[in-house]
Design a protein around this ligand. Sequence first.
Ligand code: SPD
Length: 298
Amino acid sequence: MANVKSNHGKPVVVKGMDDPWNVWYSELHDGCCGLTLKIDRVLESDRSEFQRIEVLENRFFGKILALYGSLMVADNDHNAYNEMMAHVPLFCHPDPKQVLIIGGGDCGTLTEIMKHPEVEKCTMCELDQKVVETARRHFPHLTTGLDDSRARLVFEDGQEFIHSGNDKYDVIILDLSDPIGPATNLFQKPFHQAVFDRLNDSGILAAQAESPYFDQGAISAMYGNLRDIFPVAKLYTCFMPIYPSGYWAFMYCSKGPDPINDLDSARWERLKLKTRYYNIETHRAAFALPQFVKEILK
Ligand code: SPD
C-alpha cells in the first residue's frame, strides 16, 4: 500500500509498506522537517475552485481538515487558535456589537464569537463555499455558530469585500490560511489599511500571523505594516500542535483599547463561557513574548 505524503499542495507518494493500511500524511515545514500523522481513514479528498480539500482521521487528533496540504483544524486541536482569535479582541472591546471575520471557513472562530451575547451581528466573508460545506458535514461542533440568527455568511474574496463596502465594525478578525495563493494580498499593507478604515473608533483587529519559528520574515513585515497603521499593535501567541512548530502568532491591533489594561475580566467572570484554552490568565500570558520573538519585532 502506498504511503501518501503531502507538502503544501504537492502530494508525494512513497511506496512500499507491509501494513495494508499504512498511510501517513506529512506536512513539511520549510522543506526540511514537518509533522507526520498516521491516517486511519481518508474521509474526503476533493478539490474546489480554489484548493485541495481533505478530511483525514488520526487516532489522536480525530478528524482533521487540510487545505492545499496544510492542516487547518482537528477535532482535538482547534480550541487554542479559535478561542484566542475570538475572545482576545472581544474581551478588550468595550461594547462589541458588530463583528466581521474574513476567512474562517471551518467556522470555529464564528462559533466562539457567537458565545458573546453583546454581539448583534457577525458577518463571515469566506472565499471558498466548499470549505464551509465540508466543515458542516464533518465538524458539527465547530459549525454550530452558523445556526445562530446573528450570523451572516458571504462567499466573496475578502479583499473585494473590504474595499467595496461602507459598513463599520467593532472587531475585525482575519482568520486566514497561509500567505500563499489567494490569501497573499490579505497579508499586505494596503489591505491592512483598508481594514483600519472599516473599523469604528474603538475598533480592534485580530489577525493570524503564522509561526514564530518558521515565518519570522512574514511576522516582521506584518508587524511593521500594522504598527505604521494602528496606534496599538501587539503580538500574542498560543500553543497549537498541528501547526508548524506547534507555536502560533496573532496580531492584536486597535484604535484605542489596550489588550492588557482594557481587558474586561469582570465580563469574563459574568459570562462564564465554556472554553478549553482561553481564560483571563492565558489572555494576559499570551502577550508575554519570549526573547527570540521580541527580536523578530525589532
Ligand atoms: N499552516 C496553517 C495555518 C492556518 C492558519 N489559519 C487557519 C484557519 C482556520 N480557521
